[in-house]
Write a protein that binds this ligand. Structure first.
Ligand code: NAP
Length: 263
């Protein structure tokens, strides 16, 4: 059996096992490959990752809080992972751990159109924001970055590019990407983030990486105003599809993955 996993802490809520096992079944690989969730405390990550190839693992996704540590422990890095400074995809072969980042391309793949030439606002300065800023700049967008802790936004921009802003210009952005955790526990995005509920309109795209069982308040309001909306599950599906293609060399069945991730 070729094993795959998502490594996180906590990880029980992850939709990745359902999404990837459905994809493996669709590809006719269910008897040969499997995908599971493994909860690892930060101090367990390195020793467990080192042991995984010997246990039959071919690769793993890495989620909160391990994305930075996964990069540090890897023997080889993709250019993308190195530049972003975080890894969400590990591959194990010939005693080596290779780290890659599919969060960046996953975000671009989830957008309805290329952000080239667009004014974009990224909210947040954690690991997800790093991938978003890197991806949007590389694709030719002009990126403003806001974070609750301004110093983190300044540091991120000094490293990756983009412009830190204290007060984003209302209504000025064709693309808004929320990478903060706001909304995860029902927080009001219009109270916690520098966004106005009346600031959205047709022609704009709004992405919210946070996802739950219902559409987030941010996406509900933006969608109501006519903006194109992309939720965190679509981004999850897109990054997962790229990881699966890295491990299996096969084209990922997106619709099957979407259906399983949304159940
Ligand atoms: P992280 O490194 O912990 O960063 C969290 C960010 O949220 C920081 O910028 C933090 O600001 C901000 N924040 C937290 N609470 C806030 C509040 N009440 N008001 C304003 N800002 C607040 O986390 P991450 O790895 O970047 O992930 C962020 C979110 O994206 C998580 O909810 C995660 O589940 C989601 N995500 C989804 C996908 C997907 O595929 N859909 C992929 C990656 C991440 P400070 O710097 O001021 O603390």
């Amino acid at each position: 059996m070729k094993r795959l996993a998502v490594l996180g802490h906590p990880v029980a809520h992850s939709r990745s096992p359902a999404m990837h096992n459905a994809a493996l079944a669709e590809l006719g690989l269910a008897g040969e490959w499997s995908y599971e969730a493994i909860d690892l405390a930060p101090d367990e990550l390195e020793s467990r990752v080192r042991a995984m190839e010997g246990e039959g693992f071919v690769g793993a996704n890495v989620t909160v809080p391990h994305k930075g540590a996964a990069l540090s422990l890897a023997d080889t890095l993709s250019e993308t992972a190195r530049e972003i400074g975080a890894a969400n995809t590990l591959s194990f072969a010939a005693g080596e751990v290779r780290a890659d980042n599919t969060d960046a391309q996953g975000l671009l793949d989830a957008l309805p159109a290329s952000p080239r030439g667009q004014r974009a606002l990224v909210l947040g300065a954690g690991g997800a924001a790093r991938a978003a800023v890197w991806a949007l700049l590389r694709e030719g967008a002009e990126v403003d970055l806001w974070n609750r802790t301004a110093l983190r936004a300044e540091r991120l921009c000094a490293e990756l590019g983009g412009r830190p802003v204290a007060t984003p210009e209302a209504g000025a952005y064709e693309l808004t990407v929320n990478t903060t955790a706001v909304g995860l526990r029902g927080e009001d995005p219009f109270a916690e983030l520098p966004l106005e509920s009346a600031g959205f309109a047709a022609g704009q795209t709004v992405v919210d990486l946070v996802y739950g069982d219902r559409p987030s308040l941010l996406l509900a309001v933006a969608g109501e105003a006519g903006a194109a909306v992309v939720d965190g599950i679509e981004v999850l599906v897109r990054q997962g599809a790229l990881s699966l293609e890295t491990w299996t060399g096969m084209s990922a069945p997106l619709d099957t993955m979407r259906t399983a991730a949304r159940k």
